[in-house]
Design a binder for this molecule. Structure first.
Ligand SMILES: Nc1ncnc2c1ncn2[C@@H]1O[C@H](COP(=O)(O)OP(=O)(O)OP(=O)(O)O)[C@@H](O)[C@H]1O
Ligand SMILES: [Mg+2]
Length: 382
């Protein structure tokens, strides 16, 4: 993004370029002192949550702007790289459904990223966190969240150059503004794809439950990995269930396994989150389940593009999904070794830790694994 990261002095406030970044807003460089004051000294009371990068704090600047400040946990080369990627990628994107940059601070010892505060927090907090009991997300809002998130991804995959693969699409990375318009956040894991490259092999980062099987197992990353994750997110929105659930007998079950079984029993309407008390649009339910079913297919080449996903969700593309065709969903089993890496802990009491969504959610710690070789070249790759 052109600016050096060494300009965050304690006293001096530097203005960033008033450019086209960050959802149409200009960004600037913040001083550590300013962010310290805005967040009440990074007080626990201001903490919105914690993720792989560090903690996120609510704050208010002296000119009254509400911000969310992401503070790097520890300084090491990996974290610095993530910071650099996040800031670099944020500098390339501008879309109503992507959370742009408000600013950053990069002193000798600190790395902080500043975003606009999203008053309705994350999708995670509404589906599984401390706001879930209030059921503010009715069916209409859920469809709006689905379409908006899909549009944000479409932009990343098809409209920005080079194309960007998000790699960490999940409920905590979909934030909601005051109108429940979704904004996809967190590009620290993003991968920039050079022109003409269809996929890359990489170390696996992300959150089990949302990970496409070819990515989780062999580190093969392409846009269709995000499509897979989006399919899981869509199922989560419809059903209100977590991507991986721990059953009372200790066995972990993926959301696709549950949906597959429900469909096999023709319990179609029972797929919908019971919190909605039967208030949903049946046609939209069928369409969105079909979209999700297409997205979560294990063969990446069979998944739709985000362009197609948006068209179907908006009811434009009817060829792709035949309304009367039999509905099937292909569930994915990650294998015991991967499931064992999942940080599920159902003992987390949801109401006891309202400020920290990561521990409320509990189930999916960000994971990083060495890529494994695919001995069978299952998907016919060169
Ligand atoms: N701009 C924002 N406004 C409101 N809440 C936010 C904002 N940015 C982040 N959060 C919330 O802060 C919490 C921590 O976010 P963070 O991105 O660090 O972790 P995460 O999304 O849970 O995991 P990961 O590190 O894998 O992204 C999340 O619940 C997130 O929804
Ligand atoms: Mg996040």
């Amino acid at each position: 993004m052109g600016s050096s990261f060494s300009c965050c002095g304690d006293e001096k406030v530097e203005e960033g370029p008033n450019n086209e970044m960050g959802g149409g807003n200009s960004w600037r460089i913040f001083t550590y002192k300013e962010l310290y004051a805005a967040t009440n000294g990074f007080s626990e009371n201001n903490k919105l949550g914690e993720g792989g990068f560090g903690s996120v704090y609510w704050g208010k600047t002296s000119d009254g702007l509400q911000i969310a400040v992401k503070k790097l946990k520890s300084m090491n080369s990996k974290a610095e790289m993530e910071f650099a990627v996040e800031v670099e990628v944020l500098g390339r994107v501008r879309h109503k459904n992507l959370l742009g940059l408000r600013g950053y601070c990069a002193g000798n010892e600190q790395r902080l990223i500043v975003y606009d505060y999203m008053p309705n927090l994350s999708l995670l907090s509404h589906l599984h966190g401390h706001l879930s009991k209030e059921v503010q997300l009715d069916w209409k809002k859920r469809m709006k969240v689905a379409i908006g998130s899909a549009e944000g991804l479409l932009y990343l995959h098809h409209e920005v150059t080079p194309h960007i693969i998000h790699r960490d699409i999940k409920a905590s990375n979909v934030l909601l503004d005051s109108n429940f318009e979704p904004l996809v956040a967190d590009f620290g894991f993003a991968k920039l794809i050079p022109e003409g490259v269809s996929h890359m092999t990489t170390r696996v980062k992300g959150t089990l439950g949302y990970l496409a099987p070819e990515y989780a197992m062999w580190g093969k990353v392409s846009e269709s990995c995000d499509v897979y994750s989006f399919g899981i997110l869509l199922l989560e929105l419809i059903t209100g269930r977590k991507p991986i659930e721990k059953l009372p007998n200790g066995i972990k079950r993926t959301i696709t396994e549950w949906v597959e079984a429900m469909i096999a029993k023709e319990k179609f309407k029972d797929l919908v989150d019971p919190k909605l008390k039967g208030n949903f649009d049946e046609f939209q339910l069928k369409q969105s389940i079909r979209v999700a079913a297409l997205c979560v297919q294990s063969e990446p080449d069979k998944r739709p593009t985000m362009k197609e996903v948006v068209s179907i969700l908006k009811g434009k593309e009817m060829n792709f999904v035949k309304v009367n065709q039999n509905l099937r969903i292909q569930s994915v089993k990650y294998g015991d070794d991967l499931m064992a890496m999942d940080q599920d802990d159902e003992s987390n009491d949801e109401s006891s830790d309202q400020g920290n969504e990561s521990s409320v959610y509990g189930v999916f710690g960000a994971m990083e694994m060495q890529k494994m070789q695919d001995p069978y070249k299952r998907f016919g790759e060169k």
